[in-house]
Unconditional design. Structure first.
Length: 367
């Protein structure tokens, strides 16, 4: 008989004879039964309360017991009844990620969702994405979650310096973590990319290549990371003695055609521009098209330095200089920070600031 064998008649999993082993036999369940906490308790020999706490990742339950209980739950197809969980514990076992609907998949959206969901894997928590419509009140989805109790914690991004969502959540004591920083960041959990360092790095790299007159396509200036990029780039430009202008009438969240045409017309009117800084691969690709239409040659008489979350720009135009943003690291950190706040762990708040580095020329091909 093999080490593991399904007995179709009894619906039993035959394995190790040690009842405390993670591979111990699971007996007594028929395929017609709907698995419950009681079912897991019977199969594991543990109390129902212990099973419930193990599935809830309670800190006073040993890791060996948690693994045993989760294995049994997986093998019998146990799915928690959220209504029951909420009645017993007051918890929803949900973390809500509030995301703007105008994000493009080439930015961080899809990778952020994936990495947060991966960070929650193996926990009792599920990720729910709550849309934040750009033409609506940004407080609306936050109030909905809080007032209806649809999640135990909230993750938000596109952070403003004095973000009203953050102020509201801080005031009422609702668990949350931000992807980005506010002026109150010392008081809440966050993960952020050092965008001021990115702006500085971009300008310094272009100055080393002999560029003298730079354009910056900034994000919307009501967002904190936009102000950080502008500040870092401006400081570096002054130190290098070169000119830096922010492109007026367009931002990095704009439509590709608008960005492309605007940059084309601007460079055609002022051909002295010889470099561009961009915080988004979408804006970079659109701008590159406009730059080339204006008669400039990337890597020869014009350079671009861009941030990217997916290694694609070096494949699109190998001449583009890039600094990568690790969204997988961000998502994993945000998920763990949210769980820590929910559990009211006594340690200090989880806070991290990721530092940018210029990617090597073969970055896209080696990733």
């Amino acid at each position: 008989m093999p080490a593991k064998e399904i007995d179709a008649a009894q619906g039993n999993l035959m394995a190790s004879s040690d009842p405390q082993s993670p591979t111990a036999p699971i007996r007594g369940r028929t395929t017609q039964e709907r698995p419950t906490l009681k079912t897991i308790a019977q199969l594991s020999g543990l109390a129902i309360q212990t099973v419930s706490r193990a599935l809830g990742d309670a800190p006073d339950i040993s890791q060996k017991t948690k693994e045993r209980v989760r294995q049994i739950a997986d093998e019998i197809g146990y799915v928690p009844n959220r209504a029951g969980v909420r009645l017993r514990t007051g918890k929803t076992n949900v973390i809500s990620l509030v995301l703007a609907t105008d994000h493009d998949a080439m930015n961080l959206t899809s990778r952020l969702i994936s990495s947060i969901a991966t960070g929650l894997r193996g926990t009792p928590y599920h990720l729910v994405v709550t849309p934040d419509f750009p033409d609506d009140d940004p407080m609306k989805p936050i109030r909905y979650i809080v007032q209806n109790g649809t999640a135990d914690a909230i993750i938000i991004n596109r952070i403003q310096p004095e973000d009203p969502r953050v102020r509201y959540l801080m005031d009422i004591g609702f668990p949350f973590v931000t992807h980005g920083r506010t002026i109150w960041s010392d008081q809440h959990a966050y993960f952020d990319y050092d965008n001021k360092a990115f702006g500085r790095l971009a300008v310094e790299a272009l100055a080393k290549r002999g560029r003298k007159k730079l354009l910056l396509i900034a994000p919307p200036l009501d967002q904190n990371y936009a102000l950080e990029i502008v500040a870092g780039a401006d400081e570096a430009a002054k130190e290098a003695g070169i000119q830096l202008d922010i492109a007026k009438g367009v931002d990095s969240d704009g439509k590709r055609a608008v960005i492309s045409n605007h940059i084309r017309d601007l460079i055609a009117a002022i051909p002295e521009y010889d470099a561009l800084v961009s915080p988004s691969p979408n804006a970079t690709m659109a701008a590159a098209a406009g730059i080339e239409e204006a008669g400039k040659r990337l890597g020869e008489d014009f350079d671009i330095f861009s941030k990217e979350t997916v290694p694609i720009l070096s494949l699109f135009r190998p001449q583009i200089l890039v600094a990568s943003e690790d969204v997988a690291k961000a998502g994993d950190f945000l998920s763990k920070a949210a769980l820590k706040i929910i559990r009211k762990a006594p340690e200090p708040l989880m806070q991290a600031l990721d530092q940018p580095e210029e990617a090597p020329e073969d970055y896209a091909r080696s990733t």
